[in-house]
Design a protein around this ligand. Structure first.
Ligand code: CA
Length: 235
């Protein structure tokens, strides 16, 4: 099953929010809308979108503050949308870590192009050359297909839950490096998830049961006791 990429549209002007959402839905993305900053922040944590489209002028806060807060814990791609034409707003947004910038009014093609680029950019920002070129990470008999949201072992599609897929995908992106429990929890479930490792352990036990020949002696995902997890490095 292909899981559609999830995009959160943060925009208080209903007609623009509706335009963006309908363009994205028509083109195969799943969307949710947040009309203000506080809803946006809670939906980023609870819904875990793959990309955020962020209007800068919101009724309850400045979009730049949302971006600033988000960047303290996440590299989630953000495309900033604004009616502001001043160059310094654009520079501020990019300095704070926005992936791209759209100035209103914009058309369908421009919107879709920016979204595609921003999503592709996160897939490749790990510096993993294989993922950058192909959208695929391979180590021995394990294949992570980032475009199809699939994990295959010995050619067989492994049925992972969304959380399980996200964990495997993240570890693959940083293969060879130890990702701490804290980093994984924040990337997956947001800053409010706290530091309870239990849910991560449960997910990892399920992942190992599904991908490892012998879950007690893992071949693909290693535990660094008291620190985190590490994906085996490919060729
Ligand atoms: Ca606005």
């Amino acid at each position: 099953m292909k899981i559609r990429e999830k995009i959160l549209v943060v925009e208080d002007e209903k007609s623009i929010a509706h335009f963006i959402a309908s363009v994205l839905n028509t083109n195969g993305y799943e969307t949710m809308q947040a009309p203000n900053g506080s809803q946006a922040q809670s939906m980023i944590s609870s819904w875990c979108p793959d990309l955020v489209i962020l209007d800068l002028g919101l009724p309850d806060m400045d979009g730049l503050d949302i971006l600033r807060a988000l960047r303290t814990w996440s590299s989630l791609p953000v495309v900033v949308v604004s009616a502001r034409t001043h160059e310094h707003d654009k520079v501020d947004a990019l300095d704070l870590g926005a992936d791209d910038y759209l100035t209103k009014p914009f058309g369908t093609d421009e919107l879709l192009a920016r979204v595609r680029t921003a999503i592709r950019h996160t897939r490749t920002s790990s510096g993993n050359g294989e993922i950058a070129r192909t959208g695929i990470y391979t180590v021995d008999d394990l294949v992570i297909d980032y475009n199809k949201h699939q994990v295959l072992v010995r050619g067989e599609n492994v049925h992972l839950t969304l959380s399980e897929f996200r964990i495997v995908a993240l570890l693959g992106k940083y293969a060879g490096k130890v990702l701490t429990y804290d980093f994984l929890i924040r990337e997956l479930w947001g800053p409010r998830a706290g530091n309870d490792n239990q849910i991560l352990r449960v997910n990892m036990a399920n992942i190992r049961r599904k991908i490892e020949e012998n879950p007690a002696e893992p071949h693909y995902i290693f535990t660094e006791v008291g620190v985190g997890y590490r994906m085996a490095e490919g060729e």
